[in-house]
Design a protein around this ligand. Structure first.
Ligand code: F6R
Length: 243
């Protein structure tokens, strides 16, 4: 595991975008694993900037997002597909047919989830997976539990996550209780992983990985320690409990 400690959020975003940019330049048909939430917004802004400056070309890039709320479609401003359109896809030249965000309204969810993992495999697997981390140690929507889903699945959100994510909604009652999320196996199959975290409220979660001696399903992010190519980029606040 490689750890990069940056001064602040802007620096995390620039460093992450530079790592991703190098990979896109080296492999124009790269498969990106993408996350939503507050954390990657700055990285996406940097990537958009590089596209607008003519440094990056996304015309051959393929992408797979980690998760989506069950019941929301891309026209719903609270959906992750809408978020991705607003914060990245609408501003770069990625082809619509190369974008994959789990469908929160799929009819047969079990079949759909299996197909999502098959589609990733057919694309050659994820080259670089971008991750944020929940305050409770979740990655994607893989919540702390006594066991974790291996493949893409429908998952129940914990009360903690519902409350934390309610900041994106009008009220906590509007937050869906379930989501479609890649599983821990889907994530660990990525060739490389970039986990980003900023702010003091992520310090415990980051510390629980950095100080981890035994992986635990109660800290889903601890499974990343089994992966051979993980880079964690944090700011000083997120690192503050690990010094
Ligand atoms: C989002 C996702 C989540 C977030 C995590 C952190 O696609 O999978 O695991 O990365 O909840 O969210 P933020 O970045 O909003 O603090």
């Amino acid at each position: 595991m490689k750890l990069i400690v940056e001064k602040n959020y802007e620096n995390i975003s620039r460093t992450a975008a530079n790592i991703i940019a190098d990979k896109v330049l080296a492999k124009p048909g790269i498969v990106l694993g993408l996350a939503t939430g507050s954390t990657p917004i700055g990285t996406y802004k940097e990537l958009i900037k590089m596209y607008k400056e003519g440094i990056l070309d996304f015309s051959e890039v393929r992408s797979f997002n980690l998760d989506e709320y069950v019941g929301l479609d891309e026209n719903n401003p609270y959906s992750y597909r809408y978020f991705m359109n607003e914060n990245l896809f609408d501003h770069i030249n990625i082809k619509k047919e190369n974008i994959h965000v789990p469908d929160g309204k799929a009819e047969n969810m079990d079949e759909y989830c299996k197909d999502y993992d098959r589609l990733i495999e057919k694309a050659g697997g994820i080259d670089v997976q971008i991750l944020g981390i929940g305050e409770n140690g979740h990655i994607a929507f893989i919540e702390p539990d006594t066991s974790l889903p291996i493949g893409t699945s429908v998952v129940e959100l914990t009360e903690d996550t519902i409350v934390v994510n309610s900041r994106f909604f009008n009220s906590v009652d509007e937050v869906p209780r379930t989501a479609v999320s890649m599983g821990i196996g889907s994530i660990l199959k990525a060739k490389s992983i970039l986990l980003l975290a900023n702010g003091r409220r992520k310090a415990d979660a980051i510390n629980s990985i950095l100080e981890c001696e035994r992986i635990s399903t109660e800290i889903p992010a601890s499974f990343l320690l089994l992966h051979p190519d993980v880079t964690i980029i944090v700011d000083e606040e997120a690192y503050s409990k690990s010094k």
